[in-house]
Ligand binder design. Sequence first.
Ligand SMILES: Cc1ncc(COP(=O)(O)O)c(C=O)c1O
Length: 421
Amino acid sequence: MSLQERDKKHLWHPLTQHKLHPDHLAISKAKGALLYDDNGKEYIDGIASWYTCMYGHCNDYIIEKVHDQMQQLDHVVFAGFTHEPAIKLSEALIKILPKNQNKLFFSDNGSTSVDIAIKMALQYHFNRGEKRGKIIAFEGGFHGDTFGAMSVSGLSVYNGPFEEFFIDVTRIPVPTSNNFDAVKQQLIELLSSGNVAAFIYEPLVQGAAAMKMYDAGLLEALLSIVKQHNVLAIADEVMTGFGKTGKNFASQHLTNQPDIICLAKSLTGGMVPMAITSCTQQVYEAFLSDDISKGFFHGHTYSANPIACTAALAGIELLQSTDVQENINRIIGAHQAFDKRIKNHTKVSETRQLGVIYALDLNVEMDRYGDLRNKLFKFFMNNGVCLRPLGNTIYILAPYVITNAQLEKVYQTIEAALEEV
Ligand SMILES: Cc1ncc(COP(=O)(O)O)c(C=O)c1O
C-alpha cells in the first residue's frame, strides 16, 4: 500500500474537509528550497512550509548544533530549572529584538504565543488593580486556532461553532489613507471606555488574510494613541519575524514599539516547534509580588526545550550571517524585477511586496478553498512548485537559500498559471 493509502487509515489533517479532499501527497525528504515526494519528484518550496524553513530545509548548521545538543541534554522541566541553551538563546534574541523587549516566555506554537500574550495583558492590568477585559484587533487578522488566538482573529473562516465562546474582542478596520480618520475616531472611542487591555496586530503584513500590506505611518499613528491610554500593544510577529520584511522584525520599521511580541514559525528554522512571547521589563514587573497568585501561572511541558532552543540560537546566528543577509537582498531585488514583468498583466489586479514577501492578486473571483484555487494549486504542484494560493492571491515567501534559477522557475510557473485561469 502506498503512503497515501496508509495515510487515509488513521490520519486527520489540519484545515481539511476529508470527504472532499481525501488525498495527501507524501513527502519523503527535503533539502534547501526543495521538497521531494515519495516518487522522487521535486518541488520548490515557494512558501518555506508556512514560512518556517527560512534558512533552507534540513539546514546543515542547525542539524549539527541540534545533533550535539541531543547528546548533551534532551529535556528538563523549565519550572525551577534552567539550562544554557535557553540562556544563550535569550541573550542572542534580546540583542536583535526591538530595544524595549527584555523578558522571554516560552511555548510551542504561534497560537499559544498569542494566547500567552493575551493572558499576560489581562493579568498585567488585573495585578495593577484594574479590571480591563476587552482586546482590540484588526479586521481580517489571523493569530491562530486556540481559543484566545481564534477570538482575536478577524479572519473567521469556519469559526461558526465557537464564536459564542470567544473572549471580548472589538475589531477595527486596517487603516488606509481613505479610512484613517474614521478608524482613529473609532479607536479613540473604544479606548476611552477604560476597559481595553490590549491592542493586537500583525505589523505591516496580514499573512493569512492573503499577505495584505498596510502603511507603517498609519500603524505608527494608531500605536501612539494606544500608548496614551495605558493599553498594551501586542505585535504578532509569528509570520513577519526573522528577516522576512527586510528587517529582523517588522516592528523595526516603526518607532512605536510593542509591549509584547509573539514569535514562532521560523524561530527554529522549521526544525522543531517552539514559540516565544517577549515583553518589556514594565510588563514583567507587574507580575512581581510577595503574593504568589500575582505570578504568571501558565506553563507548557516542553517550555524552553533545550533542543528547540539550540535550533533557535543556530537560526539567529544564520539570520545575522552575511550569507543570509545577502540572500535576503538578492530575493528582494529579484521580486522587484519580477514585479515589473507581471504587474501590468491583464489577469493581475494588484501586486505588493515587503522584503522577501511578494503577493499578486488575480482579477478573478475565487473562494478561499474553492475549485479555481484548487486548480491553481494543482497546476503549481504538477509543475514542481509548491505555492498555496490564498483565495485569488498568489504569494511567494521562499527560503532565503532559494537559488536564482529556482526563483526564476517559480516566476515562470506563475506566469504560465495566469494563462490557466
Ligand atoms: C500571524 C500569525 N499568528 C499566529 C499564527 C498561528 O501559528 P501556529 O500555526 O504556529 O499556531 C499564524 C499562523 O499562520 C500566523 O500567521
